[in-house]
Design a protein around this ligand. Structure first.
Ligand code: HAM
Length: 420
């Protein structure tokens, strides 16, 4: 019989990998918290209407990629969430958080889009995101960019990334620009690729970030959004840029950065791999969405947020090691029962303990060193008979043989000396 495989574009993440995920998630959670963002959890299954209009009827996500089902017994259309911003705004309004000033939340979890799978692109992928709702101030957009810059620093990947920023203007400015753009692309329709031609009337902005060479050349000469921006919109993004520049964060202005979802206005930004001009695999994207709350039946509430792709982040943060164990048990003749007793005693003392590996003493010691364990706890026949264990600190080889009754205290002390 053939093993039943996972669905296309969906994958198992095994323990050798998940350790790294935990480290990255913990660093991010601490970072969010330092900027005043509290954790939010929203359902994975949602009403499809929550996303359809808000993300945009003509976006790829809504047209082709949502996993939508019809609920039995008149429950209507439901879907696996393709993103979490709309749910977050709904949750904040429903929970009344917006009445207490600016509501700042972060979230993490799986999202679902039926895209064509490739490296870094999955049908079930993980995002970490943050949203701040209730303020139109440019300081909020800047705060989130600074938070992300700090996160990349802490993960040691800042040098691999580049920040791109654009200004999509206020809703009316954006609508007027789309008309100008559509008229321009209509004049050049013959030179556009098929996908771009189909977008002229519904989504002309997306033609600007086309990956097709001929279309990209036409798009490069298209009228610019900057010419359609009013004074207030210009000022908003100028302030965002002023704040981030004042704190030393570098960015590139990118008129072709339009984002793939429709709810944005004013500031939009993406962090991409440095040198990746085509933004093939953006690591993180976000921006302002001042009309979103009203679109889903909430009060007028300006908002700004971002989401990063965890699958992509983990690939990038490849130097981030999984957390090492405090102790590795080395079975050198001791019985399974005795090893289990010792492991529990050490865990009672607050230490993490990996059970014995296969192989002889020296092989097991090598494996403990490779796992970057602090201590190796050696359990031989002689130790078992005497109700003792041998504790070896791997960094300097310091070794002690102690009675089982003292095992927890001595191991904890040796481990804490190792950490100093
Ligand atoms: P997004 O640009 O669609 O924005 O997704 C954000 C990030 O999720 C991307 O930059 C990418 O790293 C990751 N991502 C998206 N699709 C996939 C995929 N198929 N496989 C792997 N990773 C993927 C949003 O979702 C918005 N909700 C962001 C936001 C929050 N805007 C305002 N607030």
């Amino acid at each position: 019989m053939v093993l039943i495989p996972a669905l296309r574009g969906m994958r198992d993440i095994l323990p050798a990998e998940t350790g790294k995920w935990r480290v990255v998630e913990a660093v991010a959670a601490a970072c969010f918290s330092r900027y005043g963002y509290g954790e939010l959890r929203t359902p994975v299954l949602e009403r499809a209407e929550l996303f359809q209009r808000q993300l945009g009827e003509h976006t790829e996500v809504v047209q082709k990629e949502m996993y939508t089902f019809t609920e039995r017994l008149g429950g209507g259309e439901i879907c696996l969430r393709p993103e979490a911003t709309v749910s977050a705004v709904r949750a904040l309004v429903a929970g009344g958080l917006h009445r207490r000033g600016v509501a700042r939340v972060w979230y993490g979890g799986p999202m679902f889009r039926r895209e064509r799978p490739q490296k870094g692109r999955y049908r079930q992928f993980w995002q970490l995101g943050a949203e701040a709702v209730g303020s139109a101030a440019p300081a909020i957009d800047a705060e989130q960019i600074l938070l992300l810059a700090r996160l990349w620093d802490e993960l040691g990947i800042a040098h691999k990334l580049e920040l791109r920023i654009n200004n999509l203007g206020a809703a009316q400015e954006r609508a007027a620009y789309c008309q100008t753009l559509a008229a321009y692309f209509r004049r050049h329709a013959a030179k556009l690729d098929k996908t771009a031609r189909a977008r002229i009337d519904d989504n002309p902005l997306r033609i600007l970030d086309s990956k097709d060479d001929d279309t990209a050349a036409i798009a490069a000469a298209a009228p610019q959004m900057a010419e359609h921006l009013g004074k207030e919109s210009r000022q908003h993004c100028a302030t965002v840029k002023e704040i981030i520049a004042a704190t030393g964060v570098k960015f590139v202005e990118d008129a072709a950065l339009v984002r793939g979802l429709d709810y944005y206005n004013l500031t939009v930004f993406e962090w991409v791999l440095a040198g990746d001009k085509r933004r093939q695999n953006a690591l993180c994207g976000g921006g302002r969405y001042d009309g979103l709350s009203e679109q889903i039946g909430g009060p007028p509430l300006p908002g700004c947020g971002f989401a990063l792709g965890l699958d992509r982040l983990i690939d990038l943060a490849d130097e981030t090691p999984s957390p090492p164990p405090d102790c590795c048990l080395i079975a050198a003749g001791g019985s399974a029962v005795y090893c289990a007793r010792i492991a529990e005693i050490l865990r009672d003392a607050g230490l993490s303990v990996w059970p014995p590996n296969s192989g002889n003493l020296s092989k097991q010691l090598k494996k403990a060193a490779a796992a970057r364990a602090s201590l190796a706890v050696i359990v031989g026949e002689a130790e078992e008979t005497a109700e003792e264990i041998t504790i070896k600190r791997l960094r300097d080889g310091a070794q002690q043989r102690v009675l089982l009754t003292a095992a927890g205290t001595v191991a904890a002390a040796m481990h804490s000396e190792d950490k100093q």
